[in-house]
Write a new protein. Structure first.
Length: 127
């Protein structure tokens, strides 16, 4: 199965941004900035699912390449049978992932928020 190049490119861009944010959040200067840090955490959180899907996509593509190489070699009958079986299973996984990617790319990440950062600070004044 061939994944649409635009979908893959969009997913790759989101995964790369997720990696950039992860690296940026590890910087102590950013962690000390009370305004910037939560915003970066929120953005990273919205990209988490896309990064996971991109990793799954890369894994499936790698497995497909390996199975096709085994079929191309054609030396060991047992390996060929296993590669054919793996390719059949991969087709189902790829269809499911393709549908998941399509839905994720059209959905607004802000709509899917399910985690909240709640900060409690000591205040002054009052009765």
């Amino acid at each position: 199965m061939e994944f649409h190049p635009d979908l893959v490119a969009g997913l790759r861009a989101r995964a790369e941004r997720h990696a950039e944010l992860t690296e940026e959040l590890a910087d102590p200067e950013v962690a000390c900035d009370p305004r910037r840090f939560p915003a970066l955490l929120r953005e990273r959180g919205t990209l988490e699912r896309s990064a996971q899907m991109y990793a799954r996509l890369q894994e499936l593509l790698q497995r497909r390449r390996e199975a096709e190489e085994i079929l191309a070699d054609g030396e060991d009958e047992e390996l060929i049978a296993l590669a054919k079986e793996d390719l059949e299973g991969l087709a189902d996984e790829e269809r499911a992932l393709d549908e998941e990617i399509r839905l994720a790319m059209i959905a607004d990440p802000e709509d899917a928020r399910d985690k909240v950062i709640f900060e409690i600070r000591a205040g002054t004044g009052g009765d």
